[in-house]
Design a protein around this ligand. Structure first.
Ligand SMILES: NC(=O)c1ccc[n+]([C@@H]2O[C@H](COP(=O)([O-])OP(=O)(O)OC[C@H]3O[C@@H](n4cnc5c(N)ncnc54)[C@H](O)[C@@H]3O)[C@@H](O)[C@H]2O)c1
Length: 364
């Protein structure tokens, strides 16, 4: 019997479903069989995730009549490289994949971004299925079609917009997720609350303990709601030419912190948590947002176990922000808030304003 909640992503000929629920991993074969004619599948994963979930996925696919092969890439951000992409292309060729063969990404955002990039470029694009196993990947990176690899010069510099054919998010896989990864993923959920859904923000406040215990019901709600919000935004602006930028709430400072930390020390969700506090402080300073909402944000992030400020050299942080992709003609385009659940796009032309907000946000 089929279980799981379906969230549609309506993008014309590139439309797909996100199937969310507990135990849906076992349905991967049937779900792929419904929509993909090919019988040849390459599962891209890493050794940890393969040991935990590889057999469930490949058994489900085989039962549905697919021929499967698996390739493991090393765990960690460093695997999101052109070198690993080339390894994947060779494995695809070795396994006689053609243009209708399917790439299945089983893992967190690193696997999803890398396998998605390889799927987008191999033979000019083959079908691609996301099976996200981290909270961050379930609520964010597996949806929306951004795929990429890193260069030594920076993260995600080589990539594409390439939508998956299906996303299967099994919240049961989050039970094995290290607590720090779970907390970082929750940072992204809080972001959705801040930009679009005051109720979701309140839900995390109320059910945080159950969420951190990885209980299925609250997690299914969080993932479903977050995916629905992201889908709605991506449907309006698939290639980030306008409104999709609101998903970057907290990223102006967050990205710079990740870059400064050599993108190893801070997890993405941790950097974004710090960035959201600065963005909300900026909004308070501009009179857009009540201080009470800033306090609620800070309290929730602290309860989750996420950082709300960074230590270190503020001067080099502001300098790094100047090199961010979102800076054009010396104006920093950033996302502010008009209170929890409401967003505002803004231009900052005076770095002093940013410096003041960082100072104020970190002085508590
Ligand atoms: N494409 C997008 O739109 C988008 C959005 C946000 C982030 N990203 C990218 O996502 C990446 C970060 O993804 P992430 O946070 O998922 O990290 P990750 O993929 O590195 O996974 C984190 C760690 O958790 C382990 N793991 C994964 N699932 C597990 C499970 N169920 N049980 C036990 N261990 C498990 C992994 O082996 C890894 O060591 C970054 O590269 C970032 O740039 C992409």
């Amino acid at each position: 019997m089929e279980t799981g909640v379906r969230v549609p992503v309506a993008l014309g000929s590139r439309s797909y479903q996100i199937v969310v629920g507990s135990g849906v991993l076992k349905q991967v074969g049937a779900l792929c069989g419904e929509l993909l004619p090919s019988r040849r599948v390459m599962i891209v994963t890493n050794p940890v995730i393969n040991r935990l979930y590889g057999t469930t996925v490949s058994t489900s696919l085989r039962k549905a009549g697919f021929q499967t092969a698996t390739i493991e890439i090393p765990a960690g951000e460093r695997a999101k490289s052109l070198r690993q992409a080339a390894r994947l292309y060779r494995a695809f060729l070795h396994n006689r994949m053609d243009r209708r063969s399917i790439v299945v990404a089983l893992g967190g955002g690193v696997i999803g971004d890398l396998a998605g990039y390889a799927a987008a470029t191999f033979l000019r694009g083959v079908p691609f299925v996301q099976i996200p196993t981290t909270l961050l990947a379930q609520v964010d990176s597996s949806v929306g079609g951004k795929v990429a690899v890193d260069l030594p010069e920076g993260k995600n510099l080589i990539g594409a917009f390439y939508q998956p054919s299906l996303v299967v998010a099994d919240v049961e896989t989050l039970k094995s997720l290290p607590p720090r990864q779970m907390r970082a993923g929750l940072g992204e959920v809080v972001k959705y609350g801040m930009i679009a859904d005051r109720e979701l923000f309140g839900y995390v406040e109320t059910y945080l303990d159950a969420i951190l215990r990885a209980e299925e019901e609250p997690l299914t709600h969080l993932v479903t709601r977050s995916c629905a919000i992201k889908a709605q935004i991506v449907e309006q602006d698939e290639r980030e030419e306008g409104i999709r930028a609101v998903l970057n709430f907290g990223h102006t400072v967050g990205h710079a912190l990740e870059t400064m930390a050599g993108y190893h020390r801070l997890l993405h969700g941790e950097a974004i948590a710090i960035g959201m506090v600065v963005a909300t402080m900026l909004s308070v300073n501009r009179g857009l947002c009540e201080r009470e909402d800033l306090d609620r944000l800070r309290t929730l992030l602290t309860r989750i176990g996420l950082p709300t400020k960074a230590t270190g050299d503020m001067k080099s942080l502001v300098y790094t922000i100047g090199y961010d992709k979102k800076v054009r003609n010396r104006v920093i385009y950033c996302v502010l808030t008009k209170g929890i659940g409401h967003v505002a796009l803004a231009a900052l032309s005076d770095l002093a304003e940013l410096r003041a907000a960082i100072r104020a946000a970190w002085s508590v």
